[in-house]
Design a protein around this ligand. Sequence first.
Ligand code: GDP
Length: 454
Amino acid sequence: SRTVALVGRPNVGKSRLFNRLCGRRLSIVHDMPGVTRDLISAEVRDDYVLLDTGGIGMELEMTPKKIATAAEDQVDFAIRAASVILFVVDVRSGITALDEMVAEKLRRYGKQVLLVANKVDNQEEEADADEFSRLGLGDAYTVSAEHGRGITVLNEAIDEMLGPKPEGSSGDKDKRIRISLLGRPNVGKSSIGNRLLDSNRLIVSDVPGTTRDSIELDLDYKHPDGETLKFRLADTAGLRMKRKVDSPVEYFSGVRTQHALERSDVVFLVIDAVEGVTKQDQALAGEVLDTGRALVIVVNKWDLIIQRWEEEPIEGYKNLKHFLKSYEDSLRKEMFFLPDPPVLFVSAMTGFKIESLLETAASVQATLDLKLPTGRLNNLIQSLFEARSPKLVGTKRFKVFYAVQVGSRPLKIRFYCNRVERLDPGYRRYLEKAIIHEFRLSGCPVRFDLVGKD
Ligand code: GDP
């Protein structure tokens, strides 16, 4: 993550400098109370996140000892959270004991540091700034946050330390969405696969170079709205065989499952509508979750339910739609550990909703590469903490200072928090569900990377 943090004693002008570097004043600066009353962040030039740590540990009544502790906490936080640290000192007060403590810490952790001497308004003060090289962090960049002096040079130095911005791989748009069908024997995987292949909206072609044993197929699906969606269906050896000779071949098992999983972006977990969710289904779902693949649940053989309903309506339900709703609810309860996946009700036999598999895979795939905006993420976390406090552990509660996405596929969010062990599973799930809901990440697994204070 591209994060720059400001550290330094109180009153050296950190927040002035913060505003100066953001370019704008109040509009995009957002406070993050609740997460912590103390941290301020902003996106700068669409490039990096700037953090002002100056509020961490600050209270109304500050003794010198409290100030020292707070400064230490601020540096500790910055060392963990930022890739570049701006260590701000005040040319008018020279080097203080606190400055030396901060410098010592920064040197010890070998972070990328830019030493910034603020309040340099004239030539004389410029010369005074020389003494800061004694802190062992190189020469100070001299700026006046108040008047904007030296900011351009400082910006260039920040850019250089951050290095070039990694390009969002733009070719990804044309890449095929790799899908696979997973499920217990006889739930209808081959039937669904063959149904799909029969769709006249599809152009199917073999993927050259794949072995006979593990054939992949490219599917170009002409969406009714005119767009063509491109898929690659993994491990269809059994499908092909079944098309020719009608013998039940069990091709999804053990090693093959693993292989298919590894080669997929989106996995369809097929469940038998009549049998409902079994232990084995839950185990398979867990496996998919572990690999970090996106998941769509497909309830197959829905025609049998329809047929049963037509013979005799199921007691306690107004209509079939009502039954479906309650079926989905209990299915979600049994699969509660999943990231709220889409659930599709289909029939391979009649072809009912079979093409919705592809449309759903496309929308789920789109979420896999989402970049969660840091500001919105932190605002969400803040309101979640306000809506519901974590449990007390002893006399303290779990607390998050700052959250930022650090990876995709699976989506990974790093939490800078007080104590990792204070997060209980219930609260973790609460945060996870809310993040999935807020950013519409249905089916897309979310991982937490907790970084505690020690
Ligand atoms: P696989 O082992 O998961 O690949 O399952 P198959 O595709 O071989 O299907 C197992 C059995 O279920 C076969 O007898 C299929 O005809 C039947 N079947 C599959 N899909 C449906 C469906 O949607 N409705 C009904 N009624 N039967 C189905």
